[in-house]
Every structure is written in C-alpha cells, then in structure tokens.
Write a protein that binds this ligand. Structure first.
Ligand code: GDP
Length: 530
C-alpha cells in the first residue's frame, strides 16, 4: 500500500501552567475542530453532543473527548495533513496513562514557560520520549511577558536534556519590550497587530537578512540592534537545523511565541507539517510492523474506565500502526484467542469527516468494551504479533493497602490483580510482611483505586504511608549477584505481579547510593508489559 494519508500523531509535553491548554485551543482553531476550542477544559454538560463519541461520553460518563483531538490543514500543494494531538493529562490527573500516551505518538511538542524554563514534569515526560527517541519540537511560550534571556533558556534545554538546540526564530525583546519574532530560517519579521488583541494578523515584514536596513523602519533602534547582535551570536553558537538529527531525537528546533496571543503558533504548525515524522515502523515480536502493510495491526496504550459505578464500560484506545481500519472489522486480541468485533469504534476525525468509517496508520481508535481490552494488548486481523516497548513505569508514590474487613483478602487480591493488569496501578508483594504495596505515578490514581474497589469489588480499603518512595526493577547478567543482593536487602525487596524482583528505596539519595554500590546490577525505571 502506498500513498497513505498524511498523519502527524503527536503530544504536548509540559509542566502544569506552561500553556498546554491554551496552545491546544489555538492549534485546534487551525483545522476543522473549531468547535472544541475554548472547550478543552470544559466538563460534562458544557459540551455539545456533536458526534458519536460525545454522545457515548454523555451516556456512559466516560471522558474521551480530550484524549485525542484532531485537526487538519491543507498545504500549499493541496496535500491534506491530519494532526492527531494526544492529550497527556498533567495536573492532578497525572498518571501512567500520561507516560504511555507518549509511546503512541510519532513526535512531541515541548512547551516551556519563558520565565521558568525546564520544570520537573517536562523533564520526566522528556525522559519517556527519550526511551523511544521521539523527536521533539520546542515552543518557548509566553514571550509577551517578562521572561528569561533566550540564550539562558536555550542553554538550559541543551544542558538539562542533553539535546542539541537549534533556534528557528528569535524574539525581539520580551514582555514590555517585545517587538516581534524574527524567523531565522526564512528571514521574516512577525509583528503583533496594533489592536488590543496583539494577535499576529498578517504583519509579516520580509527582509533580505539581519543586515537589511528595512528592520530599522519597523523596529525601535534598540530592538533592531539587539536582534542583530543576539541572532548573529545564536546562529554562530548553536547547531544548524539537521533533519536527521531531529528525527533521531538528538536535536530540537526551538520556536518562540505566545499561545495566548496566537503568536508563533502558525510557525509551530509549519514545523509539525514540514519536519515531524508520520507513522514509522513499530517495534514488535517476532518482526517490526510497517505502516505500509495492508493488514490492520495496533496496540492499546490506554484504557479509560467509567467513573460512574452503574456502568462497567471502558474505552480502550488503540494506536493503529498498519492497515486500513474499517468500522465493524473483527480483530484478534493476541494471546487470548478472543476476537473483538469493533462495531462502534470512536474515530477521532476532524469535523467535516466525522462520519467517515475508516482510520489509517497514525490514527487512534476508541473501542468501547466491558473490560476485555487491556493496556499493552495487540490487535491484528489474525497474525500473531506483539508490539513491544509499552512499559510499566516505576511508581513515584508507594502506599501500603489496608483492608477494613480482613475476611475480604481474596477479593482484594483479585481486584488488585485485575487493576494492575488493566494498567492503572502496580502491585508489589514485599518479601517481609503481608500487606501489599500499591504503586502509582499520580495522586488521583489512588482515589480512583479506592472508589473502584468499593464500587466494583465491594471491598473497603484505605492506604497507609509506606516507608518507600520509589521502586526499581532489579536485573543482572549473573544470577548469583542478583540473589546475593536480594538476600542482603530483604527488607527493601518486593516482587511485582510477574514475580520479578523490585528494590524499594526510601528516597532518591538511597537509590543513587545503592545503584552506585552495585554496578553489576541494573536498576530499571521501566519494565516491558508482557
Ligand atoms: P496548562 O496548565 O499548561 O494547560 O496551561 P494553561 O494553558 O492553562 O495556561 C496557564 C496560564 O498561563 C493561564 O492563565 C493562561 O492564560 C496563561 N498563558 C498561557 N499561554 C500564555 C502566553 O502565551 N502568554 C501569557 N501571558 N499567558 C499565557
């Protein structure tokens, strides 16, 4: 199969408040998804039931709208590019799903606040991108406010993330002194509109280069001098844009802008359409899967449960990696022998094609089900394949679970097993003691867990603090070295669901210390789901 429709499947990685939601709204305005703009953060009744998935959302109380947002753009040569933007829940709803979503994208946009630079959550999400060499475009947001010097920001990205940086544009001042953005690739100056919105509305000043005296006509003398000095230094001091290095995840092109003022957003979309890769071959056993293949194959990267205890419905999100998916198709759930007829898939399409019945590699399909589909599952038309590289992530919150009624131990064990398999949390059995340890990466997952234990399994349970802060899967080439370590550290050892040894550390310092003392062992922050 050739000539696949163009897809850019990407996510935005950022720290809360950097401007992800604002940028998302502006991106959606570009294409057919205008009805979603301004509603990205709206909940429930505020949304209009415009399409299949919104109806499903209302009937079943499953919030799926913001999980996948799609917009389109027609390029100068007539090509239509469909952008699939996958949400990475950030604030209190940060969870393993946030990480796993990054395994379903082909590229990412990293948004950083010009005043704050790289923050904790950006760094964590970046590390997950690095696991799969996901290419990253950087957007330095909020240049309409006072921020840090561009050089300082670029150096921080380079140092903190060990990436080559390539400034593609350069701000002329920031905040009160902001006069526009210079496009270093095309030698153009973008200036804010004169009206109160300050939005960019066609004020593009083409110039021959940084030396062009025309700059004096449109910038203040200080602005023009500053731009020349800084931009020339920047061009000399940073890497030139290199497509191969970007695609390999070694170099990030950096754009400056303001999501709020819709400034620099068009250039960001240009970069996504021009540089960001479409679907690539995906790692799988026993062979990799190419998007050009004609048979459908995909994997489940997220399962969204209904918070309404009346329904046990779920929506499983499948990333389509190959083939042309059609509504009503029967797909084999590899490893279980089950076949799933996908009668009412949720297809997240741009507005004018909402009713289309097919999806292509790079697209996401929501499959309503009653709990059959699990995170990590591979679905195909029959071929026995298994996508790899969809890991469990080391929990960042560990809690002891306490049962209100001790006769319910068996129910608790089943429930924890189920939910761990679903991928919403992890459960560990300490070597010493009998209380299970539950591990999650986000606080909200703990609340979800307790309410689902009650609603679905009729188990009353609570949490107690655990002495541990984080966990690592321990492996070694030499089984004796591993046994010895486990023997020496029994009080801090546990087993995961598969019986694999896990070391639990009190804090980052202890983890560092132990990792340094046992160089023959590997302490992994991720483990492939089987
Ligand atoms: P999120 O938490 O990353 O989704 O961030 P939001 O998009 O909700 O933005 C956080 C705050 O920053 C909000 O008050 C936004 O209005 C503001 N904000 C976002 N982008 C910009 C920008 O470009 N300039 C300014 N001045 N404020 C912005």
């Amino acid at each position: 199969m050739t000539n696949l429709p163009e897809r850019r499947t990407f996510a935005i990685i950022s720290h809360p408040d950097a401007g992800k939601t604002t940028l998302t709204e502006k991106l959606l305005l570009v294409g057919g998804a205008i009805h979603l703009a301004g509603e990205v953060k709206a909940r429930g009744a505020n949304r209009r039931a415009r399409s299949d998935w919104m109806k499903i959302e209302q009937q079943r109380g499953i919030s799926v709208t913001s999980s996948v947002m799609t917009f389109e753009r027609t390029e100068a040569d007539g090509t239509i590019i469909t952008f699939n933007l996958l949400d990475t829940p950030g604030h209190e709803d940060f969870s393993e799903d946030t990480y796993r979503t990054l395994t379903a994208v082909d590229s990412a946009v990293m948004v950083i606040d010009a005043a704050r630079g790289i923050e904790a959550q950006t760094r964590k999400l970046f590390e997950v991108c690095r696991l799969r060499n996901v290419p990253i475009i950087t957007f330095v947001n909020k240049v309409d406010r006072e921020g840090r010097a561009p050089f300082e920001l670029l150096d921080e990205v380079a140092d903190a993330l060990a990436l080559d940086v390539c400034p593609m544009s350069w701000p002329v001042g920031m905040g009160g002194t902001f006069e526009g953005i210079y496009d270093l690739a095309y030698n153009r100056l973008y200036q804010p509109a004169d009206d109160a919105t300050g939005a960019f509305e066609g004020k593009v000043v083409p110039v021959a280069g940084l030396d062009d005296p025309a700059l004096e006509g449109v910038l203040s003398p200080e602005g023009a001098a500053l731009l020349r000095e800084e931009a020339e230094l920047a061009q000399a001091g940073y890497a030139a844009f290199d497509m191969a290095a970007y695609r390999a995840g070694d170099l990030t092109p950096v754009y400056f802008g303001s999501a709020l003022k819709d400034f620099g957003v068009a250039e960001l979309i240009d970069a996504l359409s021009g540089f960001a890769p479409g679907p690539r071959a995906q790692p799988a056993e026993p062979r990799d899967v190419s998007p050009e293949e004609s048979q459908v194959a995909g994997f489940i990267f997220k399962v969204q449960a209904n918070m309404n205890p009346q329904h046990r419905d779920r929506v499983a999100f499948m990333r389509l990696c190959a083939g042309r998916f059609k509504r009503g198709m029967k797909l084999a759930q590899i490893g279980t022998g089950k076949t799933i007829a996908v009668h009412s898939p949720l297809l997240f399409l741009a507005r004018d094609r909402e009713l289309a019945d097919e999806a292509w590699p790079g697209d996401i399909i929501g499959i309503p089900n009653h709990g059959t589909l699990r995170v990590g599952d591979t679905l195909t038309e029959g071929e026995v394949l298994r996508f790899t590289g969809l890991p469990n992530f080391a929990p960042e919150i560990l809690r002891r679970i306490r049962l209100a009624d001790p006769t319910k131990t068996k129910q608790l064990r089943n429930a924890l097993n189920d939910m761990a398999e679903e991928g919403i949390m992890q459960v560990f059995h300490p070597s010493i003691g009998s209380q299970w340890i539950v591990g999650v990466v986000g606080q909200l997952q703990l609340d979800v867990l307790i309410s689902r234990l009650q609603a679905e399994y009729k188990v009353d349970a609570g949490f107690e603090a655990s002495p541990w802060d984080t966990a690592r899967w321990v492996t070694a080439d030499d089984p004796k070295a591993l046994d010895e370590f486990v023997g020496q550290h029994r009080a801090a050892m546990a087993e995961d669901r598969d019986g694999a040894p896990v070391f639990m550390a009190k804090d980052a310092w202890e983890l560092n210390y132990i990792t340094g003392r046992f160089p023959a062992l590997r302490f992994a922050a991720t483990k492939d789901r089987r």
